[in-house]
Design a protein around this ligand. Sequence first.
Ligand SMILES: C[S@@+](CC[C@H](N)C(=O)[O-])C[C@H]1O[C@@H](n2cnc3c(N)ncnc32)[C@H](O)[C@@H]1O
Length: 349
Amino acid sequence: MTASKLSPKRCVLFDGFAGRGRFETGAPGSAEHMMLAAQKRKGSTQIDLLLVERARAEYESLDSVADEYRSRGIRIHSYHGECGDHLGDALKLATDASLFLFLDPCGAVLPMGSIREVLRQRGSWPRTEVLLNFNADLIRRAGGQLKKGQLDLGGVAQADQVCGGEWWRDVALQAHETSGGQTWESAADAVALQYARRLTEGTPYGSVVAPVRRQIHHQPVYYLIFLTSQPHGFWVFGVSAAKARERWIEFLGPDPDERESMLWDTVADQVDREHTKAVAHITDNLRALTADGQAKRAVDHVTDIFGDLYGEAKETAFTAALRELVKSGDLEYVDKGKKPRDFVFRRAA
Ligand SMILES: C[S@@+](CC[C@H](N)C(=O)[O-])C[C@H]1O[C@@H](n2cnc3c(N)ncnc32)[C@H](O)[C@@H]1O
């Protein structure tokens, strides 16, 4: 999408903590997902990859997976080394192309300053988007060490580096104390939100912070932080997150506490219940959004439409809500674009 208005249509995908490319089970890792995407789009968009991996064994696996796709005509640059040393290569390769930066370390991500510098150098055209893994454990551990005055254990210094300064220390301690001083969950939440705000401050970029958990009631393992300068980015990220969340709930299976006493499939039930709730929520939001009588294009009103259910409600909840409101005569289509996000609608006269 980000390359669709470029000529030639070219996009660079950067996987800075690439891993082995393909898991031992044969399932694709992030890098092979990128290769598959590049192969799928080959006829319409040139997608070039730049991959970096520090561990020798992982790199060898990565490079041999890359060879398979190179032999099919995909351009892949792979480096055995430090992610931070190759940002300049990514910027150079992405001259006149759109750029997607994926940063998925197991621990600390790049210092904030280097990511901000990429945003600064890129500006907003051609488009750039970033998806990064912000480690919640790192903040919890560093917060614990800070509270006990264990500044020599490394966690605090690492968090200072990731966060681009010491500002996170007060944010974490304050959230920790306010939540009763027992756990660091709210501290990690507060720091992740503030991190995303500071990362994009003074740039044309906005952010989404999505907590990732192993189980619904667990504390987040990490936060996925997505940066984009475009409403389309927010729309697509939100509906993709909702789809992924549904697959994850199906993968987890029924809640063991519920399964004992239920005769029906509680997963399908949960998905249905959530969908019905989402349609009702979005119906209210669409009524409020159109109350002023002005025509509205869906993609320009992501937050107004999805509200608290952004990242949980599926696109089909939006289309179902809108369809019903048009059917009941409350709203009318002004323009029915190709995709739901392009729909333009207003309150019926
Ligand atoms: C969480 S894994 C990435 C998994 C990958 N996204 C996937 O889907 O398969 C993080 C990887 O980053 C590598 N790594 C850690 N620090 C690095 C650095 N500074 N530069 C490049 N790679 C690094 C690790 O060796 C590890 O393979």
